[in-house]
Write a protein that binds this ligand. Structure first.
Ligand SMILES: Nc1nc2c(ncn2[C@@H]2O[C@H](COP(=O)(O)OP(=O)(O)OP(=O)(O)O)[C@@H](O)[C@H]2O)c(=O)[nH]1
Ligand SMILES: [Mg+2]
Length: 316
């Protein structure tokens, strides 16, 4: 398949072409970058929702339910899940890692799992690019599920059009225990597993935390929605809240997308610079030698970077 045909087929929404495109992106193949170049102008229509929260909070179950609700509204969905322990069902699972499920497949739902291993910091970038491919393929809504562990993951969810943070009732410390930075990105809080003891306590501790913040007139105050993803209870309310947020932020969506573009640009530029340094500036093994010298305290990281940087920008 030539690059032109591949991009045309992606734009036409062809599932196999989308799967192929994602593999190129995951492999960091030059053809992946070329594809993004070809499709980028035709993207920006999909609504991007980030869902994050602690492991096992029920994110995948919730996303499955939300997807079912969105499908009923006639919308197509793309799901990117970062290293989920529990597989998704009920959609077209794209890619080589997960075997295609021939039965009960809804072509209105594309699902792709990303493995954390083998990405060396590029995971968030790859995830963002898969979202771009789904967007190009005409998905109305793209949902990214991540466990909010790394800063990159928090960034990718935080710059989505809408960020949902899921929490489960527990010891009472669960709100405090959330990684700093995650609370700030929440547009909607979901207290999932509301069938469990202590759900209202969790709601109250989120309320208490929100009450420390003064919201300006007309500013969105993150609502707290209780759900029971296993039964679907609360999910219609969640989808209504999503819709309300979407309307509330329609005028300011551009600035969110600008923040996403900024994040991508900085990430890509940093990545490209490092690649350049490794490929064209440093001798083979030099990186590792510098590490040895730092370990032996013969130099410090700042001096090492200064030296490499001046060589990289042309020896000035
Ligand atoms: N009791 C109860 N269990 C739930 C609820 N939602 C999800 N679960 C269960 O919680 C477990 C984890 O659900 P997942 O959807 O895989 O959670 P996750 O957050 O996606 O997990 P990771 O992707 O591994 O971080 C499963 O056994 C679900 O059936 C709920 O509302 N109530
Ligand atoms: Mg999951």
């Amino acid at each position: 398949m030539t690059e032109a045909t591949l991009s045309e087929r992606v734009l036409a929404g062809d599932a196999r072409a989308v799967a192929r495109a994602i593999s190129l992106i995951e492999d960091e193949a030059p053809a992946g970058a070329e594809l993004i170049r070809r499709i980028f102008a035709r993207t920006g229509r999909a609504y991007l929702i980030g869902v994050t929260g602690p492991p096992g909070a029920g994110k995948s179950t919730l996303v499955d339910r939300m997807t079912a609700g969105l499908r009923k509204q006639g919308r197509t969905v793309g799901i990117v899940a970062v290293d989920p322990t529990s597989p998704y069902t009920g959609g077209a699972i794209l890619g080589d890692r997960v075997r295609m499920q021939a039965h009960a497949r809804d072509e209105g739902v594309f699902i792709r799992s990303m493995a954390t291993r083998g990405h060396l910091g590029g995971l968030a970038r790859a995830t963002g690019e898969v979202a771009v491919v789904f967007d190009a393929a005409g998905r109305d809504v793209v949902i990214i599920e991540t466990v909010g562990v790394g800063q990159d993951e928090v960034d990718i969810v935080g710059t989505a059009d809408l960020s949902i943070v899921t929490i489960v009732p527990g010891s009472g410390d669960e709100v405090q225990a959330l990684k700093a930075g995650i609370m700030e990105i929440a547009d909607i809080f979901v207290v999932n597993k509301a069938d469990r003891e202590g759900a209202d306590r969790t709601v109250n501790s989120i309320e208490a935390m929100l009450s420390l913040h003064t919201f300006a007139e007309g500013e969105w105050r993150p609502p707290i929605v209780k759900t029971e993803a296993t039964t679907g209870r609360g999910v219609p309310e969640l989808l209504e809240t999503v819709e309300k947020f979407r309307q509330h932020t329609a005028a300011t969506q551009g600035s969110r997308r600008r923040a996403r573009a900024e994040w991508r640009l900085r990430e890509l530029l940093g990545h490209r610079f490092l690649q350049h340094v490794e490929a064209n500036v440093l001798r083979p093994d030099e990186f590792s030698e510098v590490l040895d010298r730092i370990a032996a305290r013969e130099t410090d990281p700042y001096s090492a970077v200064d030296a490499i940087f001046s060589r990289a920008i042309g020896g000035r």
